[in-house]
Design a protein around this ligand. Structure first.
Ligand SMILES: Cc1ncc(COP(=O)(O)O)c(C=O)c1O
Length: 409
């Protein structure tokens, strides 16, 4: 355990966190242990975010619930802090389902999503009472055979269908089923289980960005909702996530207001278009719950200056940071300087596209061995890290003034 010693008054919250992280890394290094790349998670912030989300959702949607996507960060302390705020678990694989049960989630508070569920995951999660959002007709057939062969459900099974939106005129999302497939799926499920609650999974995020694409998806969703109503029984709506501001804690008041606006808008839209007034509304926010609770410390490996391109090579690339979305991270350097030079930050992987931030103002005089910190990378870092050219060496969880070490699960 490491205890924190001081805080730099006047610096921003994130700067203070980065400064603390630098101190700890240097202290351990002074004892002969190299610890970076090291991820620091602030558990107090996770708890605050979780209780805000849970309260906001409960106030806005009675009978609704929020679920934490295990893929965003399945660190044990994080998952347990979020569970204590009465947020369920969202899982996409057999191993995540097992982790959520091991974290003592009741299966009824688990939601199963994702495009590649195993037969066992679909069957066992339906039988244990989880919410299961099916991605394709093959999964619908597996769910139907499970429902056909099992009669004893204490509660009605909850089966949702992910709607496949048209992202722009040319491009169709890779996730979910189109309107006609869902109408077929709805009939297939009702044929084998009249009692099933049917749901529509309309993940707003990058999959259905607000705008034309969202409006089209809503039209399809309205047809599907009518089909649910005519087939009788309970229904639910799952709005996925990807809609909260990532600056939840930089400007809390503004962030809460804008979250309220978004959530209020979703509520109005659902009422107006879907007419599913009494259906519970579910969400699975990842970035919002954990994004701003993580600081990653890495090290400069090389400085390449050239009139055509300036590149700073660091040991923290897409091996330890979320990749594939052109994500830009804010960066703080251990040794700031008044003058800076714009540089691209290149990770350690042997491909050109391992760029984790571009046009970053790098302090003049930065040299190999300097530390740097990436802010707001609590989400999608732990779960997507891999071993090509290095992984996290250490994962620290800060709880108040105590810093404990965790192992990745
Ligand atoms: C279906 C689904 N739900 C929720 C999330 C979490 O999104 P965010 O971290 O933007 O809240 C994702 C992210 O990939 C997702 O695919």
């Amino acid at each position: 355990m490491i205890s924190l010693t001081s805080s730099d008054r006047g610096a921003s919250m994130f700067q203070r966190e980065a400064a603390e992280a630098f101190r700890i890394v240097k202290k351990l290094e002074g004892r002969g242990t190299r610890v970076e790349p090291a991820l620091f998670i602030n558990l107090a912030r996770v708890r605050t975010n979780a209780s805000r989300v849970a309260n906001l959702w409960a106030r806005t949607f009675s009978g609704g619930a929020a679920f934490f996507p295990y893929k965003t960060n399945s660190t044990r302390a994080v998952c347990q802090a979020i569970r204590s705020a009465h947020i369920g678990a969202e899982v996409c694989s057999d191993s995540e389902f097992r982790l959520a049960l091991r974290d003592r989630h009741n299966a009824r508070n688990i939601m199963v999503n994702g495009p590649a569920k195993s037969h066992e995951l679909i069957a066992s999660s339906i039988l244990q009472g989880a919410i299961v959002n099916l991605d394709n007709l093959e999964e619908v057939r597996i769910a139907c055979s499970t429902l056909r062969h099992s009669s004893a459900f204490t509660n009605s099974p909850r089966i949702g269908f992910r709607l496949r939106p048209v992202i722009n005129t040319q491009q169709l999302s890779v996730f979910g089923m189109d309107r006609d497939q869902i109408l077929t799926a709805c009939r297939m499920v009702k044929d084998v289980c009249k009692d099933a609650s049917l749901g529509i999974h309309l993940h707003l995020g990058l999959n259905a960005p607000i705008g034309n694409c969202f409006a089209r998806a809503l039209n399809d969703a309205a047809d599907i909702a009518r089909c649910f109503q005519s087939s009788g029984g309970k229904t639910f709506v799952n709005v996925g996530s990807g809609f909260w501001p990532p600056d939840w804690s930089t400007n809390r008041q503004q962030a809460v207001e804008s979250a309220l606006l978004t959530v209020g808008m979703i509520r109005r839209v659902l009422r107006k278009h879907l007419d599913l007034e009494n259906s519970p509304v579910y969400t699975e926010p990842g970035e919002t719950l954990i994004g701003d609770a993580g600081v990653l410390v890495g090290r400069v490996m090389s400085v390449k200056r050239d009139p055509r391109r300036n590149v700073l090579v660091v040991d923290t690339g897409q091996n330890v940071l979320r990749n594939g979305r052109g994500w830009q991270f804010d960066v703080i350097f251990e040794r700031p300087a008044r003058r800076t030079i714009r540089m691209d930050l290149k990770g350690p992987l042997c491909y050109e596209t391992d760029i984790v931030a571009s046009g970053v103002p790098v302090p003049q005089g930065t040299v190999r061995g300097d530390l740097l910190a990436f802010l707001r990378c609590g989400a999608y870092s732990v779960a997507t890290a891999f071993d090509w050219s290095g992984n996290y060496r250490r994962l620290f969880v800060r709880d108040g003034r105590r810093i404990l070490e965790e192992h990745r699960r």
